[in-house]
Ligand binder design. Structure first.
Ligand code: ATP
Ligand code: SF4
Ligand code: MG
Length: 360
């Protein structure tokens, strides 16, 4: 492989399949204003500040990170609920941030979102049939009026709900069932990509597994690609083929689930993983817990250089002066192996924090 092509490939590792979505330099700044009558911009919340990743067809990319790091903003940008300040979102090679309204409508059909809170994301005054069938009002070509009822009933069946519930209201369902309704609505237009923003975080632990299993089943059945956002690192590991770790508006490490969980090289990933519960008492006894000092800095005023430096136990002068790029660190580039994945740290080092599994 020529050197330059290799460099690019290293920075943006090819997912397991042909990319269906390529995100490059994605930025979203929310203006901070002062004054009531004459609003003056005094700064910006840099919610997303240069995010790159690929999503392969049929794969699940998990995105993890602390509250406020920009996960939901990335999700909203992907489904066009927010407009990017800069950057590209390429769907099958075409940058959808620059499409005309008409062309965008056709593309949006293929990228749908499932929201976190099944209690507030469904309109309480609409029947389940109307909620699930609402997307057909905007895209009548997918289901002409006469066929909608049948389509909605099929969707209820697909997500494991009784098709006879079509005339019920959201309050007549449990949390897990409501999330199934949200998923059915997300599937109504037969999308190729589903962006799921904390889809199980609001549910009881016992119900979480059922909804995750449903999402996996639907992925196999319909060949869906997922961007799966969550706080819970165990759930993300279970469902994801690859995982991106976000900190203050950027992805700091990205790789296969095994690379990230068993061979993390970024100090932030290592700290996050050190807090994940380990079932084996022996392993629990021997592992080191990394407690991060200080709070997450404000995204309106992120630290210079490496954004993690104010909380990093390895920070040196270079970390203040130079922004670390998300690329395979030179030390691992030649060696290869599972540590050779992109990590935005000047002093990336492998550190095993969770015990290895037999998975490959
Ligand atoms: N519409 C908005 N206007 C101004 N600031 C916003 C807006 N939406 C989000 N933000 C800010 O952008 C940052 C990222 O928010 P975002 O909701 O993307 O984080 P998150 O990672 O999803 O957090 P959580 O895990 O709590 O859901 C936060 O500082 C948030 O306050
Ligand atoms: S670049 Fe420096 S501050 Fe940032 S994670 Fe690496 S060692 Fe820590
Ligand atoms: Mg969020």
């Amino acid at each position: 492989m020529p050197e330059l092509t290799k460099e690019i490939a290293d920075a943006h590792p090819t997912p397991t399949a042909e990319p269906i979505l390529e995100v490059r330099g994605l930025v979203k700044h929310f203006p901070l204003t002062q004054g009531i009558l004459f609003k003056k911009q005094i700064g910006a919340v840099k919610a997303v500040d240069g995010v790159d990743f690929d999503l392969g067809a049929g794969e699940t990319l998990g995105i993890v990170g602390e509250s406020g790091c920009g996960k939901s903003t990335v999700a909203k940008l992907l489904v066009n609920l927010e407009q990017p300040t800069a950057g590209e979102i390429r769907y099958k090679g075409e940058d959808i941030t620059k499409l005309s309204a008409r062309a965008l409508k056709a593309v949006r059909r293929n990228i749908q979102m499932v929201f976190q809170d099944p209690y507030t994301s469904l309109n309480p005054r609409m029947t389940v049939g109307d909620i699930i069938g609402e997307p057909y009002e905007i895209h009548p070509e997918v289901a002409p009026k006469g066929s909608r009822r049948q389509k909605v009933q099929e969707l209820l069946d697909v997500v494991g709900l009784n098709p006879e519930y079509i005339n019920r209201y959201p309050h007549q369902f449990s949390g897990g069932q409501r999330q199934r309704i949200g998923i059915a609505r997300g599937l109504a237009l037969r999308p190729e990509i589903i962006v799921a923003d904390e889809p199980v975080s609001a549910l009881d632990v016992s119900v979480q597994a059922q909804v995750v299993n449903l999402l996996e089943k639907l992925q196999d059945e319909f060949g869906l690609s997922y961007v799966f956002i969550a706080h819970d690192l165990s759930i993300v590991r279970h469902i994801s083929d690859r995982v991106g770790v976000m900190y203050l508006g950027r992805i700091v490490e990205i790789g296969s689930d095994r690379q990230i969980y068993e061979h993390p090289t970024h100090p932030y990933t290592q700290a996050l993983l050190s807090a994940v519960p380990v079932p084996d008492p022996d392993a629990r006894l021997h592992r080191e817990r990394i407690i991060l000092s200080g709070d997450v800095p404000s995204p309106a005023n992120p630290p210079s250089g490496c954004r993690f430096r104010t909380r990093c136990w390895k920070a040196q002068e270079r970390c203040e002066l130079e922004v670390p790029e998300l690329a395979v660190p030179a030390v691992f580039r030649l060696e290869g192996g599972p540590a050779a994945h992109p990590s935005a740290c000047h002093f990336a080092e492998e550190k095993q924090v969770v015990p290895e599994t037999d998975e490959t």
